[in-house]
Design a protein around this ligand. Structure first.
Ligand code: OAA
Ligand code: MG
Length: 547
């Protein structure tokens, strides 16, 4: 009542003041009443705008049920229909004609204490391809998970879409398309625009601003990561986040198969960003187990649209990082023939080709090893290379399975399996929290090994017994705290932190996490120094240590 009077809204609401618990009950009832996933998404999106705390409380209390609505796979559907569904600003659209004015436009965002940005250019949205400006659903969804899965204050999160056109003809001809109606502008003009964007973010929010690249085309994903990783606080979720979650899943698979990663042969269907990102972290993981870099690379095989990546290709190219994994083998393009030739014990799908792991391929995997590992990681659900049901059925229930999108429980020969979701949502919220709170200026690759180790260490036998190589979704919030703690420790040890070491790292993390309680409405988030000076990156002297 006091709040209503202070805000001058007394009388605009009926007399009864409801508790959050009562409100949550109604919200849950309402969301359950919608019969379509998109309907549920729109209701939740509306709730987020209307009552942020209630939205996040509902989401965190029902994370297993609602994650597939605010995130993969429904978010993919929303992006595909974004032109119909767009209602109100939820992030910033910067189009290539804004070049020269990017910082000015960032100032239009009403929140000033931005700490984390997720940016896409919409060129490779999930496994759905180029959705141009309609990719905005992805940064919005990812950032809502930063809050729901690691407790970063939503006011600190800014979703951004760089609209440089689209090569998607269907969208270009769609009257409902809301982006720039022209072909993608690439080359130097595009890169200069992204450069300006990065500089503007630092100018506006300071050198610690954490920038997560999401769903760029794989060529640009690699290029920008290499270009910016030593200059800005940046990571690429599809390369590094996905890699970490796969490494974690493979480390726990070893507990089932009895085969170390460094003793494995790994075949990837797909040779784009995700495949190469995963492969390079797996190499680091294998080196830790005592093999040389060359040996580790020798255990990884890639297949692209033109077949197995081999040194003497007549069909297909060897451009980009996939060339490191090219083998001295004959050209082959049939997956089953490749499986029988290479004889991998781990098969990873990052191809966007739904159903590509056919019964024949799965049976071949089962003939090669006692416990074949099958990860069907392409998103959303329809793009999964095989379902858990198919995987168990065609491997006589012997496989270790994970998917990128969520699947319901499956039954095989009287046993119920709840397979794990090898999705980067296990990684990026905790990495973001740890990096942000320790005020690192750059994100070394070790951070992703730390995140993978933290997940792997927390997988219990009971999860493995149920068929999952990941902890349950309901544990992610706690996992994120543990990942953040491990990253902060690393940052202090390596003198990468921009703050003094707090007495207790877990208490420090907890103190800075978002609270969904109404009573905590006035709880400060964290101190944000006034940015009245311009940062000159050339002259910036990174703090060695304040410890
Ligand atoms: O968004 C997801 O579910 C995982 C991801 O980064 C992608 O598929 O691009
Ligand atoms: Mg992604």
């Amino acid at each position: 009542m006091k709040e209503r009077q202070l805000l001058g809204i007394h009388g605009l609401l009926p007399a009864r003041v409801k508790t959050m618990k009562e409100q949550l009950f109604l919200c849950k009832l309402t969301v359950d009443n919608y019969t379509t996933a998109t309907g549920k998404y729109l209701y939740l999106n509306d709730l987020m705008q209307r009552n942020e705390k209630l939205f996040y409380k509902l989401l965190t209390e029902n994370i297993e049920q609602l994650l597939p609505i605010v995130y993969t796979p429904t978010v993919g559907l929303v992006c595909q229909r974004f032109g119909f569904l767009f209602r109100r600003p939820e992030g910033i659209f910067l189009n290539i004609y804004d070049k020269g004015n990017v910082q000015q436009i960032l100032k239009n965002w009403p929140e000033k204490g931005v700490k984390v940005i997720v940016v896409t250019d919409g060129e490779r949205i999930l496994g759905l391809g180029d959705l141009g400006a309609h990719g905005m659903g992805i940064p919005v969804g990812k950032l809502s998970l930063y809050t729901a899965l690691s407790g970063i204050n939503p006011k600190a999160c800014l979703p951004i879409t760089l609209d440089c056109g689209t090569n998607n003809e269907t969208l270009l001809n769609d009257p409902q398309y809301v982006g720039l109606r022209e072909k993608r502008i690439g080359g130097e003009r595009y890169e200069a625009f992204v450069d300006e964007f990065m500089e503007a973010c630092v100018e506006e929010y300071g050198p610690n601003i954490l920038i997560q690249f999401e769903d760029f085309g794989s060529h640009h994903a690699f290029k920008f990561l290499e270009k910016y990783r030593h200059k800005y606080c940046v990571f690429n979720d599809d390369l590094q986040g996905t890699a970490a979650v796969v490494l974690a899943g493979l480390m726990s698979s070893s507990r089932i198969t009895g085969k170390k990663l460094s003793e494995s042969k790994i075949l990837f269907l797909g040779a784009g960003g995700a495949a190469n990102g995963i492969a390079s972290l797996l190499v680091m993981g294998m080196i830790r187990q005592g093999v040389s870099k060359e040996e580790a690379i020798g255990k990884i095989f890639l297949i692209d649209a033109d077949g197995l990546v081999v040194n003497t290709r007549t069909k297909g190219d060897l451009i980009g990082p996939k060339k490191y994994y090219a083998k001295d083998l004959n050209e082959m393009d049939d997956l089953n023939a490749i499986v029988n030739n290479v004889k991998p014990n781990i098969l990873i799908g990052v191809s966007t080709k739904g159903g590509a792991f056919t019964p024949k391929v799965l049976k071949s995997m089962a003939a090669i090893s006692k416990r074949p590992v099958i990860f069907a990681l392409s998103n959303p659900t329809n793009n999964a290379e095989c379902t858990p049901q198919e995987a168990y059925q065609h491997t006589e229930g012997r496989c270790v399975y994970a998917s990128g999108s969520p699947f319901k429980e499956v039954e095989y020969q009287g046993k119920t399996y709840k397979t794990g979701q090898g999705n980067n949502c296990y990684i990026f919220p905790g990495v973001g929290l740890g990096v942000m709170l320790s005020q690192m200026l750059h994100i070394p690759e070790e951070v992703f090994l730390i995140a993978a180790d933290t997940i792997a260490e927390n997988i219990k036998q009971e999860h493995l017994d149920k068929g999952s190589v990941y902890p349950p979704i309901t544990d992610i919030y706690n996992m994120s705290g543990l990942i953040a703690e491990a990253i902060m420790k690393y940052a202090f040890e390596k003198n990468l932190a921009g703050i003094n070491r707090p007495e207790s790292i877990p208490d420090f993390i907890e103190k800075h996490q978002y609270s969904t309680s109404y009573e905590d409405a006035l709880r400060p988030t964290w101190e944000i120094p006034p940015l009245d000076t311009k940062y000159d990156m050339e002259k910036w002297d990174p703090p060695k240590s304040f410890c």
